[in-house]
Structures are given as structure tokens and as C-alpha cells.
Design a protein around this ligand. Structure first.
Ligand SMILES: Cc1cc2nc3c(=O)[nH]c(=O)nc-3n(C[C@H](O)[C@H](O)[C@H](O)COP(=O)(O)OP(=O)(O)OC[C@H]3O[C@@H](n4cnc5c(N)ncnc54)[C@H](O)[C@@H]3O)c2cc1C
Length: 434
């Protein structure tokens, strides 16, 4: 299997506020030898590191191969919003797997958030976790959707930490006229994703995991019954293989490539606004995401910068003037920031599936994978790593439940799927105007 020529390798962290405020410098060697391990993991984002940590804690020898540096991908660039559920509605999961399994999926999504809290405590990860998240309504139909959502999550899933805020409640918390109300969850929250991922990597290293940076897997040879993962200067022979490259895996495993579509998404960070101004804009320091298909999401950093995300690119090509684009979106929400400049703007790729449900599983021959978080990966990646580790150590039951979600390939193959997706999403984008 050839390495996709468009895939980045050998790079440092993308220029972002996260990279400028990272609190852990980890530098791991390039693989320049032949090694043997129980498990070889491709990709050092949260998915790969979560699996690595769990496996090492069970006494397995684990090697992680990363094409760039630890947390180079989406895990080190994201909005940092830790939210319940998955990239699709629970109704999609109910339809695919039935109510009982959908309930198990729901409980696992909460476990993903609990796992983050537990890891932060256990491994003393300094990543500024803050409680509170709001789904904000822009249109009357959004309020109806939020009300139905709250009812279903309470009655069908027993989730009690939600509050439906009408416009007046909402305006006590956010100084923006754009929103009509929202659904607040005290159990969700936000964190510094790069510092969290680096902390997870440090925990994995402490548990004995070997991580190699600047070491792209260019070929996997399974002909001997074991997995030989080749990098330009070395190779690892392992009994188990885990693909954790998500949107950045390229063509390394074509069976995975056809089920996801990489999509670019972007974030801008203002100059520091100061505690007082930040408290005026978002009183309780929660994270916010709106209900549009092409959504905006935002929150404050610990140095009181507004981190404002949104805008997608189905070609993964960033808008020409990214700061200007993000400034325009931000000032639609907070016109009072018109004199504020953006110090940083960056982007990264998410991997979406056709149904926006996660794509986890087993390819046979002891090969496991987790991908397609569809922009909803902070908690789910932690869970995915744990489920793959469970399966490798003999408890495949929970990972196997995800086989119930059938993932169709994107129409048009790798060449034509972008135009096909653009056509398909045009309708949903139009709905954002109603
Ligand atoms: C801008 C942005 C904002 C987001 N905001 C949020 C949010 O607020 N909340 C939320 O829940 N989710 C969010 N997401 C999604 C979330 O960040 C991702 O779902 C999650 O980080 C995916 O983690 P991962 O470990 O699976 O993949 P990644 O973090 O992308 O890591 C994959 C790694 O694999 C490596 N790799 C790939 N191929 C190879 C190879 N052949 N050899 C070796 N290494 C390889 C890559 O270099 C990369 O470092 C956002 C994503 C982006 C891009």
C-alpha cells in the first residue's frame, strides 16, 4: 500500500494560539531501526495516544508512529469543545442499531467525557478544563429542535444536566443579539486541546509507550501474518495494528479512505480582551456552538482571547484571507468587537462520514481503526482509543457494537466526491437562511 503523496510529513505544529501557549515540549526521535512491539499505532493524536496509554497500562509493548509531531493533526488544533453525543443525532443511531444499542452509544459518549476528566486528574494534565457548553438557537425552528432534543435526552436517555434557556435567560449569559435561546449542558465543557494531547502523550510515555515523530508509515506489509510497518528509515513488526490517522491517513488503507471525506475547518484567536470584557461577553465562561449546518463555535482561552471557529472548506483549501473571514463571522455575533484584531488564524481537517456517525471497527487480521468523528471528536477519540484497547486485550464487545452503523462510501470515489458533497450540502446551507 503506497503512502499518499499529498500527505504531510516532517512538519512541526501549525502556527496557532495553541502552539504559542503549549506548556509541554515533547521531542521524540525519528524511527531509524527495526523494532518489535505487541501493537503498532499509526498517528499520535488523541485516538492513537488514548489506545496507546490503555494498552501500555495492560502491560503490552506499544509503539506509536507519527508522520509529523505529536498532536500535529486535528487534536492539537481543534475548538476544544468537549460535547456529549456524536456528530450525528441520536435518531440516526437509533435507526441504525435500535434503541437499546443507541442507549449504549449514548452512555459511551458520556464515558468519553468522564475519561477526559479522569485522565486530567490522574496524570495532572494542565489544559484548563472549564465546565459548561451551550447549543445556541438562531431561528425559531432551532428552539423547537432544542426543546425536542432536551425532552428526548431526558426521557429516553436519562440525561438530566440540561437546561433550556429562553432568550432572556440566554442574554444574561451571552452579550449577543444573534441568539433566541439555547440548550445549556453543565457536564460538557472546553479545554486547551494541544495541551491535553501533549499531556496524554506524556502519560503514555510514562507508561512505557515508545513514540516516534517525523516517522510516516509509508507501507504496511501483512503477508507474513504479522504487520510490518515501514517508515522511510525503519520498520516495526507488530501483532496488532491500529489506524488512528483519521482525516490525515491519506491512501494508506483504501478500505478506510472511501468511508470518510476530509473537510477543512477554521479558527481565529483575538488579542487578549481582559477578564472584565470576557466576562461581559460570556458571563459563565462556557463554550458555545450554534445550530446552523455551517456552524459558528466559540469560547474564551485562559488569557481571555476569544477563540472563534467556523467556516468549512470541502476542498480543504483555506480561505484566501482567513483572518478577515473569521473576523467577519465573529463580528456578526459580537459587533462590539469591531475594533479588535485577530492575532492568530489557523485550520485543520476533520473527517466526516456519510451519516456523520463515527466509524470504528476491525478490518480482520488484528487490524483496528477509529475515524470519521465528523467534527465531534474531543470526547469520542478518548473513547475510541479505549474501545480499541479493550478489543485488543480480548474484550471486543463494545467496539463490535459500532459494526451496527453501516458506513456507505462517498459517491463519486475519491476524485468526484468533493463536487458531489458540495451539491449535497448546498441544500443544508440554504436551510441556514430560513
Ligand atoms: C479546526 C478544528 C476544530 C475542531 N473543533 C472541535 C471541537 O471543538 N470539538 C470536538 O469535539 N471536535 C472538534 N474537532 C474534531 C477533533 O479535533 C477530531 O475529531 C480529533 O482531534 C481527531 O483526533 P485523531 O487522533 O483521530 O486524529 P488527529 O488528531 O488528526 O491525528 C492523526 C495523526 O495521524 C498522523 N498520521 C496520518 N497518517 C499517518 C501515517 N501514514 N504515518 C504516521 N502518522 C500518520 C497525522 O500526522 C496526525 O498527527 C475539530 C477539528 C478541527 C480540525
Amino acid at each position: 500500500m503506497a503512502f499518499h503523496s499529498g500527505q504531510a510529513s516532517g512538519q512541526g505544529h501549525t502556527h496557532s494560539w495553541y502552539a504559542a501557549s503549549s506548556n509541554l515540549k515533547l521531542s521524540r526521535p525519528r524511527l531509524e531501526q527495526h523494532l518489535v512491539a505487541d501493537v503498532c499505532i499509526v498517528g499520535a493524536g488523541i485516538t492513537g495516544l488514548s489506545a496507546a496509554l490503555e494498552l501500555a497500562q495492560q502491560g503490552l509493548q506499544v509503539a506509536v508512529l507519527e508522520a509529523n509531531c505529536i498532536a500535529w493533526g486535528a487534536s492539537g488544533r481543534s475548538g476544544g469543545q468537549m460535547i456529549f453525543g456524536y456528530g450525528c443525532d441520536m435518531s440516526v443511531l437509533e435507526k441504525a442499531a435500535g434503541k437499546n444499542i443507541a442507549k449504549a452509544f449514548w452512555d459511551m459518549s458520556l464515558e468519553g467525557m468522564a475519561l477526559i476528566r479522569q485522565r486530567i486528574d490522574q496524570h495532572q494534565i494542565d489544559c484548563n478544563l472549564q465546565d459548561g457548553h451551550l447549543h445556541a438557537a438562531i431561528k425559531p425552528r432551532h428552539m423547537q429542535e432544542l426543546q425536542a432534543w432536551q425532552q428526548s435526552l431526558q426521557e429516553d436517555y436519562g440525561y438530566q444536566s440540561l437546561q433550556l434557556w429562553q432568550q432572556q435567560d440566554l442574554h444574561e449569559h451571552i452579550a449577543s443579539k444573534r441568539y433566541l435561546g439555547g440548550l445549556y449542558d453543565s457536564n460538557s465543557g472546553h479545554l486547551h486541546p494541544l495541551n491535553y494531547t501533549l499531556g496524554l502523550a506524556q502519560a503514555a510515555l510514562n507508561a512505557g509507550v515508545k513514540i516516534f515523530e517525523q516517522s510516516p508509515v509509508i507501507k504496511v506489509d501483512t503477508s507474513t501474518g504479522q504487520h510490518l510497518c515501514h517508515t522511510p528509515k525503519g520498520r516495526i513488526k507488530a501483532n496488532y495494528l491500529v489506524y488512528a490517522g483519521n482525516a490525515y491517513l491519506g491512501d494508506l488503507e483504501p478500505r478506510l479512505r472511501s468511508r470518510i471525506m476530509p473537510v477543512g475547518t477554521y479558527i481565529g484567536a483575538t488579542s487578549p480582551l481582559g477578564k472584565e470584557q470576557a466576562k461581559k461577553l460570556i458571563r459563565n465562561n462556557m463554550a458555545v456552538a450554534d445550530m446552523n449546518y455551517a456552524l459558528d463555535y466559540f469560547r474564551f482561552s485562559d488569557d481571555y482571547r476569544l477563540l472563534f471557529g467556523g467556516r468549512v472548506s470541502y476542498t480543504t483549501i483555506a480561505p484566501a484571507n482567513l483572518k478577515k473571514t473569521m473576523y467577519k463571522r465573529m463580528t456578526q455575533v459580537f459587533p462590539q468587537l469591531k475594533d479588535i484584531t485577530l492575532d492568530f488564524a489557523w485550520g485543520g481537517n476533520i473527517a466526516i462520514t456519510m451519516n456523520r456517525g463515527p466509524h470504528f471497527g476491525h478490518l480482520g487480521n488484528d487490524i483496528y481503526f477509529a475515524q470519521g468523528f465528523s467534527g465531534h471528536g474531543i470526547a469520542t477519540t478518548n473513547l475510541a482509543g479505549k474501545l480499541m484497547a479493550e478489543a485488543i486485550t480480548g474484550q471486543a464487545g463494545r467496539l463490535d457494537l459500532f459494526n451496527q452503523l453501516k458506513h456507505m462510501p462517498f459517491p463519486g470515489g475519491t476524485l468526484w466526491r468533493t463536487p458531489a458533497l458540495l451539491l449535497a450540502t448546498a441544500w443544508y446551507r440554504l436551510r441556514d437562511y430560513w
